[in-house]
Design a protein around this ligand. Structure first.
Ligand SMILES: CC(C)(COP(=O)(O)OP(=O)(O)OC[C@H]1O[C@@H](n2cnc3c(N)ncnc32)[C@H](O)[C@@H]1OP(=O)(O)O)[C@@H](O)C(=O)NCCC(=O)NCCS
Length: 172
């Protein structure tokens, strides 16, 4: 298995299609807007098994207006405008789960973006994703809020930017 970090503009159409299908299969995003949003991510991390993408995670550039932002919905003390990057599109092919693949991908993305304040939203009933976020220095912000589907309970988590490269960084 090989891990790669690329911007969408550096990826070929076959890879983008494969990433799209995996992210859509995760069931966490709206398929109608996924292409548009996927092409605008700041960096996509992905793992290849042979030539198939079996894992993705991305640093996204959020495009919500302030009023619609999750910061407003969660009633966070932080200002949405101070958070230009979101960790998301974390999806692992079901055949490859529980091998710490998501954990490693997210850790490497966070290291690469140590100089940016990051946020993420996660369902309260997703202990794997919550564990990944807490271990990478994210903390809860604001209150639990409802997602697009009324029954979805979501949490906002934030990670403030750092001014120095983490000592454990594998960035270089
Ligand atoms: C959530 C998901 C990305 C996890 O991927 P994964 O590669 O199987 O996860 P990992 O093996 O890296 O494990 C993640 C964490 O869960 C922890 N974990 C494992 N079993 C656990 C359990 N039963 N309860 C709580 N945490 C558990 C692991 O220790 C790890 O935490 P760590 O990084 O602090 O060590 C994957 O299940 C998935 O694709 N789900 C569908 C899409 C989704 O929900 N994406 C997240 C949207 S926000």
């Amino acid at each position: 298995m090989q891990t790669h970090f690329q911007t969408p503009s550096d990826m070929n159409q076959g890879l983008l299609d494969s990433a799209f299908l995996l992210i859509a299969s995760g069931g966490e995003v709206r398929k109608e807007t996924l292409w548009d949003h996927l092409l605008k991510v700041a960096l996509l991390g992905y793992v290849l098994d042979d030539s198939k993408i079996i894992a993705t995670a991305a640093i996204k550039r959020p495009m919500d207006t302030y009023a619609d932002s999750v910061f407003t919905k969660a009633m966070s003390d932080y200002d949405y405008n101070d958070f230009n990057h979101e960790l998301g599109y974390v999806v692992i092919d079901p055949d490859f789960r529980n091998k710490r693949i998501a954990s490693r991908l997210c850790e490497q993305l966070c290291e690469r973006f140590f100089h940016c304040s990051l946020y993420a939203t996660v369902r309260t009933n997703n202990p794997h994703m919550l564990s990944i976020l807490y271990r990478n220095g994210f903390t809860d912000s604001g209150n639990i809020f409802k997602g697009r589907v009324e029954t979805d309970c979501l949490k906002l988590l934030i990670r403030l930017k750092r001014s120095t490269i983490p000592a454990t960084s594998s960035y270089f």
